[in-house]
Design a protein around this ligand. Structure first.
Ligand code: FE2
Length: 405
């Protein structure tokens, strides 16, 4: 995109930012702290619900904490129904299965227990339950659901996606290996429970990747200044501060519940920030790569984030330097915005390295670049108010850099 068009895009984003500021984005009621998942029964009773559909994954149901949650619900005379078939990258097909189960079992609310996939699957199912006559894919984009969804409660067991507090659900159309986001105010769960003790069993690799996803949410939201309102900036700074302080430790000392609790909170803060300010080109490109190569979302984020930030150049220096200093990642030594921004990007690379994430992808196929670029630009333009608006050629340049070339 040439400079003139980029100026036009900035004006458009300023206008869209005014519109975004007028929208009252919901926030979930938060329960937090080790052991807080035991309060699920209390929430359901308060809401007068007796038959929750627990949306989860085959792995999660085997954990002791899941059994404890089930026992607590049964002891409180509730009648949970379990749907445990959600794998990574929830598909349109899985979402339809959840909707069928919800209706057949006559459930009265939905509870997601798991990482981003069960939470997004629950939200997709809630959208389809609200709009039964609609095709899920046709709700892609912003504010296409527009109807009351079933009561949703999110209990994250990974610290990264932030889906417990966002208005977005990322769904995969399995017929085209295509990931798309449905964003609607009605998709924000009414309650979120952040219980650090549920994440201690998470393997180091997943902890690392999901943590880098949260970092990417915070950094991309921070750079999208036209959409900022209220405490967006502070949420990003707080999340970045915690992630730099705790992510490596969470990988090294997985049983430290205090560290885990801080990572969950960081993920939540980053989620609240990007639900207002949106994400950026790292996500737009990462969704394309993740959809085609079935790579974990957090891994795509981790590899792409330093590459894209460096590629933004001058347009991002000021805010990256500010973020680095205000989050406490770097001390202001007076070396100037450019130097501070570049050092911050180096710090992100160092963090990747310290948690065992490789700096490049070794299996991208150039034949896929046109398709990834097309999808990325479709996702990001004009919605995301990124420091630089990418053209398809820009995306292809980043993809080449992501191969280490
Ligand atoms: Fe993400």
């Amino acid at each position: 995109m040439n400079r003139k068009n980029n100026r036009g895009m900035k004006l458009l984003h300023a206008g869209m930012g005014l519109g975004m500021k007028a929208i009252n984005i919901p926030r979930p009621v938060l329960f937090e702290g080790p052991g807080s998942s035991a309060r699920l029964s209390e929430i359901l009773e308060k809401e007068g619900r007796t038959r929750p559909l627990l949306v989860t994954s085959p792995g999660t149901v085997k954990w002791e904490y899941f059994q404890k949650i089930m026992e607590s619900l049964l002891q409180n005379k509730l009648e949970p129904v379990v749907f445990s078939s959600v794998g990574s990258d929830p598909t349109t097909g899985i979402v339809k299965e959840i909707v069928g189960r919800y209706r057949d079992e006559e459930c009265d609310c939905m509870v997601a227990i798991g990482g981003g996939s069960p939470m997004d699957a629950m939200k997709g199912a809630a959208a389809l339950t609200a709009r039964p006559g609609k095709d899920l894919g046709s709700m892609q984009g912003l504010l296409k659901v527009g109807k009351k969804t079933p009561l949703m409660i999110a209990v994250p067991t990974t610290a990264g996606t932030g889906s417990e507090c966002t208005i977005a659900a990322v769904i995969t159309d399995e017929t085209r290996d295509y990931k798309y986001a449905i964003s609607d105010l009605s998709l924000c769960p009414k309650y979120a429970i952040l219980d650090g003790s549920l994440t201690v069993s998470l393997p180091a690799g997943i902890t690392a990747m999901t943590g880098m996803d949260a970092l990417t949410h915070a950094v991309e939201a921070y750079l999208n200044t036209p959409y900022h309102k209220g405490d967006t900036r502070e949420l990003c700074e707080s999340a970045v501060s915690k992630i730099f302080r705790y992510l490596e430790k969470a990988c090294r000392e997985p049983d430290d519940i205090g560290v885990r609790q801080n990572m969950l909170k960081a993920s939540f803060e980053a989620g609240e920030a990007f639900t207002v300010a949106c994400v950026g080109n790292v996500h737009a490109i990462g969704h394309g790569i993740g959809g085609i190569y079935h790579k974990p979302h957090g891994l795509c984020m981790a590899v792409l984030v330093p590459i894209v930030l460096l590629d933004y150049g001058q347009a991002a220096y000021k805010n990256l330097a500010k973020l680095a200093i205000r989050s406490g990642v770097l001390e202001n030594d007076g070396s100037g915005e450019r130097t501070m921004a570049l050092r911050f990007i180096d710090k992100i690379r160092d963090l990747n390295n310290s948690v065992g994430i490789e700096p490049y992808f070794d299996d991208l196929d150039r034949n896929d670049f046109d398709e990834i670029a097309k999808r990325a630009v479709k996702e990001a333009v004009p919605l995301y108010p990124t420091p630089v608006t990418y053209s398809e050629d820009d995306v292809k340049r980043v993809l080449t850099l992501a191969m280490g070339e």
